[in-house]
Design a protein. Structure first.
Length: 436
């Protein structure tokens, strides 16, 4: 973790507490994460002769080289770009519209080289934010889509400032899959694995045989199927989160246990796409098919009301009516495909323990200033150990929910006859193979 140096830590402390701060000592503790490495960072400082402690979250690349290296590095650069460039522009548009800024973590420091990247973010635990269940009810869903509506509205407002499309003005908003084999191959591998797991573990019943056989046939072409659905979607003019589910947000609760605030996390795959992409993704990933009929109307009401209230104060028109939104959500298969082609990878990953803290990341990194002291970090270590335990519990709980969701989704997909609906896609693949 060479990017987190004494000089970098001093910059973090200055960003949080002012230029006249003195760093006494600092240390990090690693904990369970996926996709990247995560550490808590604790900095002991002195300001105006008063000692205090600052806490942050650190995301950084692992330094390992594999097929995901290029994709992962671009994702980090994209998240840095979001915090340093895009979020200020979007928040400026929201301020002009009389709205609150995006609810995302504060970014205190970022650094990137050709093969490494690091982000130092606000530790939201200190403000009472925590993970929710993977599957959500109406209160959680409405909070989340209202925040998504703010992101979409802000990007519509930003887009009208310049005739140049957003993904041309900001090339990092172009989907990584389209940037050549180096970026495409890892995701092809990812969705191939997900599709295979779905077929082998969740479509084993005899009555699902046709769906299972279809998944087995399209597994090598899963990414093409997803890309085609994205291309066919209308209103491709907003900045989407693009990975909008409950493992990528945190909620704050009142004393009665009701969710009152949500923060969007993991903004490393933001891209320009249809707003329906975010909504379809979330509602299929985090709401059981049997409950979607009752939850979806209130969720779409919350989204559309928020979008309308923000855009009504401006000259930017709504991209769709409430009825059009519901029609597109009903006909879109994108969220369903993401769920059956991608989500099963989470089952494989959690079962394999890939979210657990790796041995090579257990070493503590620490440094002290001229008045600092080594050691005396038992409390921090105990807190991190507790966090690790909570992460494992969360993963186990999420695994049970994800399994339930995938079992129901297999039945739902079969009831929709998606294996017949996408027959034209298979025919297209067959024609391409004949040409070759």
């Amino acid at each position: 973790m060479e990017l987190l140096t004494d000089d970098a830590v001093l910059e973090v402390a200055k960003s949080a507490a002012g230029d006249d701060v003195e760093v006494l000592q600092w240390h990090t503790e690693s904990f369970a994460a996926n996709f990247c490495l995560m550490r808590s960072l604790q900095i002991s400082i002195k300001k105006d002769n008063h000692p205090s402690t600052l806490n942050f979250m650190v995301k950084h690349t692992s330094g390992d080289s594999d097929i995901f290296t290029a994709y992962r590095q671009r994702a980090f650069n994209k998240e840095i770009f979001f915090y340093q460039t895009l979020a200020p522009l979007l928040n400026e548009e929201l301020e002009k519209a009389g709205a609150e800024p995006l609810n995302v973590p504060k970014c205190y420091y970022a650094s990137s080289t050709a093969d490494a990247a690091l982000l130092v973010l606000e530790d939201l635990r200190s403000r009472g934010f925590r993970s929710s269940k993977f599957l959500v009810d109406v209160p959680h869903a409405t909070l989340l889509v209202r925040e998504a509506a703010k992101l979409h509205a802000a990007s519509l407002l930003l887009a009208q400032r310049d005739p140049q499309p957003l993904n041309e003005r900001f090339p990092l908003l172009v989907e990584s899959w389209t940037l050549g084999k180096e970026h495409r191959t890892p995701f092809e591998t990812y969705v191939h694995v997900g599709t295979t797991v779905m077929a082998e573990q969740f479509c084993t019943s005899d009555h699902l045989r046709e769906l299972r056989q279809w998944l087995e046939r399209v597994a090598p072409h899963s990414l093409q199927l997803l890309m085609r659905q994205l291309e066919l979607m209308p209103h491709a003019a907003v900045i989407t989160h693009a990975d909008l589910h409950t493992r990528n947000v945190l909620f704050r609760y009142d004393d009665a246990g009701n969710p009152v605030e949500v923060v969007l996390l993991d903004l490393q795959v933001v891209r320009v796409a249809s707003p329906i992409a975010d909504l379809s993704y979330f509602t299929h990933m985090c709401i059981l098919p049997a409950q979607r009929t009752s939850v979806l109307p209130q969720t779409l009401d919350a989204y559309h009301d928020t979008l309308r209230s923000l855009l009504d104060k401006t000259s930017v028109p709504l991209p769709f009516t409430r009825a059009q939104l519901e029609d597109e959500m009903t006909t879109s298969r994108l969220g369903l495909l993401y769920t059956i082609l991608l989500l099963p990878v989470a089952v494989k990953a959690i079962n394999a323990g890939s979210f657990k803290k790796e041995k090579e990341n257990e070493e503590e990194t620490s440094s002290e200033g001229t008045e600092g002291k080594h050691g005396e970090q038992d409390a921090g270590a105990e807190a991190d150990e507790a966090n690790e335990s909570m992460t494992e519990i969360t993963n186990r709980g999420h695994l049970e929910e994800i399994r339930e969701l995938l079992v129901e989704t297999a039945e739902y997909a079969f009831s929709l006859k998606v294996h017949e609906e996408f027959a034209d896609f298979e025919a297209h693949l067959w024609r391409e193979e004949v040409k070759m």
